[in-house]
Ligand binder design. Structure first.
Ligand code: FAD
Ligand code: MLT
Ligand code: ZN
Length: 482
């Protein structure tokens, strides 16, 4: 090991951390669920640097764990805990690859490096008079490379698609240290296997994304948001269908949360209050975005929202609603939704289920699975919210109030296996997926094998073998262990 470190120092002086204290922040994930060890943290400045690091790793048979903002929810961005006799990896931090290389408003594209934060990407697009629509609560910290490597979703998927749909081209360093320039700015390119699509969602197991071509859209001229109280997800679903048929593409977000989530945010985010008079079992956060002339768009968006809610109230689907009248109210309503994860983290360990279901089956799924959990796991407080418009729920669990202290953490986490089994079996029975947007990482790596055919697993392993024959890229992630 000293030889390897000396060799690293000789090659990457000024880009290397080797002291335990300086490496520590890179080795534990956002949820504080996984901590690993690394030979060193390497912080390259350019794609060429990345290529050199990977060539060095290849020559010395040292594994590599790519990392962006390390906000991933599945443990993909930190090394697995070390095992005797297994070579420690390099932790490759991409955050210094932070340049917006170019913006082409007429082509509606921009080229950005992997370490640019999602928020900086959105800001650069806005400065050019365009919208980059990927949006999620971690946007100030997560990077576009991490978003693409995990095919992130977020709150605008309903209208604009997942990260995959927002990317036209990639620049990637292969595990052998070669730099592939696939930065095509084309909306049509039908020239064989789509390598871009292979790398997107591969969670750092096939290569390192160093830059990407992103799709841009017109900026909305006006937006309106409401928080609507609904009795259950059945009424929420009726509201979704009504909104889709009435306003079509102007519907840009359709999120749901339970009153448990609302209370968690009220308890943990100072200044938050319930925007409607009475507590309701469920709330919908519905956003409309209108293009066109700003003077008319503002009034048009407000009118659309009022008409929609008026119709939904007449049928009893919506029992009460708060509509944003200005930017401050718009942001305050969004803040309730965006602070759920942090507020849930404040009440103890969490067990997360990032599930996708056919949207029409969600009410029945919840009815039967909620009851099964209440009966089998009375120690669990369900914290359910998510992107109903995409059929994606964060069907999460926390300890019951008063049981979130560190002394109860081990007993709570011991429920994870049996609770996962109950939830994931139900998801499968309803035709769903056990990972909608957070990926497999280490969290769902082995569980995913229960739901994939041997053929699908074999094809995935063949791809890994072809692109990373030495098995150096992000070992132990995504692919189920044999
Ligand atoms: P990291 O966590 O650093 O890495 C994620 C994975 O990608 C790892 O496997 C890593 O090895 C790999 N990777 C990172 N960079 C590269 C690269 N350049 N090349 C190759 N591989 C790479 N996710 C959603 O999808 N939707 C949400 O709504 C959402 N909300 C969130 C809210 C909060 C408060 C938090 C903390 C997280 C949320 N997430 C959400 C999860 C997370 O933010 C996203 O998955 C995000 O895309 C991860 O980006 P990152 O830069 O932090 O990646
Ligand atoms: C979100 O949508 O806020 C996150 O993806 C969910 C989570 O924290 O489980
Ligand atoms: Zn989410």
């Amino acid at each position: 090991m000293p030889n390897l470190i000396e060799s690293l120092r000789a090659c990457f002086a000024g880009k290397l951390l080797t002291e335990a204290a300086e490496m520590a922040p890179f080795l534990t994930d956002w949820r504080k669920m996984w901590t690993g060890a690394a030979l060193a943290v390497v912080q390259p400045d350019t794609a060429r640097d990345v290529a050199q690091v990977l060539a060095w790793c290849h020559a010395n048979s040292v594994p590599v764990v790519p990392q962006g903002g390390s906000t991933g929810m599945s443990g993909g961005s930190v090394p697995e805990s070390s095992r005797a006799g297994v070579q420690l990896p390099i932790l490759l931090s991409l955050t210094r690859l932070n340049k917006v290389r170019s913006v082409d408003p007429q082509n509606n594209t921009m080229v950005v490096e992997a370490g640019v934060t999602l928020q900086a990407v959105q800001d650069a697009a806005r400065e050019a008079g365009r919208l980059f629509p990927l949006s999620l609560a971690a946007e100030g910290t997560c990077t576009i490379g991490g978003n693409l490597a995990s095919n992130a979703g977020g709150v605008q998927v309903l209208r604009y698609g997942n990260a995959r749909e927002l990317c036209l081209g990639l620049e990637v360093v292969t595990p052998g240290g070669e730099l592939w320039d696939g930065l095509r700015t084309l909306r049509k390119d039908n020239t064989g296997y789509d390598l871009r699509d292979l790398y997107i969602g591969s969670e750092g197991t096939l290569g390192v994304i160093t830059a990407a071509v992103l799709k841009l859209f017109p900026l909305p001229a006006a937006q309106a948001i409401c928080l609507a109280a609904v009795p259950s997800t059945r009424e929420a679903l009726s509201l979704l269908n009504l909104a889709q048929s009435r306003v079509g593409a102007a519907l840009t977000a359709f999120e749901v949360l339970t009153d448990t989530c609302m209370e968690l945010v009220i308890d943990h985010v100072p200044g938050t209050r319930r925007p409607v008079t009475e507590a309701s079992p469920w709330y919908v956060l519905l956003e409309l975005s209108i293009t066109g002339q700003p003077e008319q768009a503002e009034a048009q968006a407000a009118q659309m929202m009022e008409d929609l809610l008026g119709a939904a109230m007449e049928t009893g689907w919506v029992t009460d609603a708060a509509i944003s009248a200005n930017l401050a109210q718009f942001e305050a309503l969004w803040a309730i939704r965006e602070n759920i994860s942090e507020s849930q983290a404040a009440v103890g360990k969490t067990i997360k289920h990032d599930i996708a279901l056919p949207v029409s089956r969600i009410p029945d799924f919840l009815e039967s699975t909620d009851a099964a959990i209440a009966q089998a796991f009375p120690q669990v407080r369900q914290v359910v919210f998510g992107h109903l418009g995409d059929g994606n729920l964060h069907y999460n669990a926390s300890p019951q109030p008063g049981m979130g202290g560190a002394e109860h953490a081990a007993a709570f986490l011991a429920l994870e296996g049996p609770l996962n089994k109950l939830v994931h079996d139900a998801v499968h029975a309803f035709g769903g997926s056990i990972s909608a947007e957070h990926g497999l990482g280490v969290l769902r790596r082995d569980e995913s094998a229960r739901f994939k055919s041997p053929l699908e697993l074999k094809l995935m392993r063949n791809i890994k073998q072809a692109l990373d024959p030495k098995g150096l890229m992000n070992p132990g992630k995504l692919l189920p262990q044999d």
